[in-house]
Design a protein around this ligand. Structure first.
Ligand SMILES: [Zn+2]
Length: 86
């Protein structure tokens, strides 16, 4: 005899050592500002981190994050990769 709700509880046990944490992809932390390559000004992060309600909030490898320079208004797109995972 199975109860679907019991199964769901197991799936969401945060203390499960063999659990599904990370199944949504490792989270990448990005700085909220970077230094503009062109003018040395401050570029502010335009892209909001994903929050799908599963796993950590943040960015994933392969995501493109965009910055806008406050001084020269240049836009910088940065692609994240596995080396950015922390
Ligand atoms: Zn700039």
């Amino acid at each position: 005899m199975t109860d679907p709700s019991d199964h769901a509880d197991l799936e969401h046990d945060p203390n499960d050592p063999d659990g599904t944490r990370g199944h949504a992809g490792a989270s990448v932390t990005v700085p909220t500002t970077i230094v503009c390559v062109d003018c040395g000004g401050t570029c502010h992060l335009l892209t909001a981190p994903f929050d799908d309600g599963v796993g950590p909030v943040g960015f994933r490898p392969g995501d493109i994050v965009s910055y806008r320079c406050a001084d020269c208004l240049d836009r910088w797109d940065v692609e994240l990769d596995e080396s950015d995972v922390n």
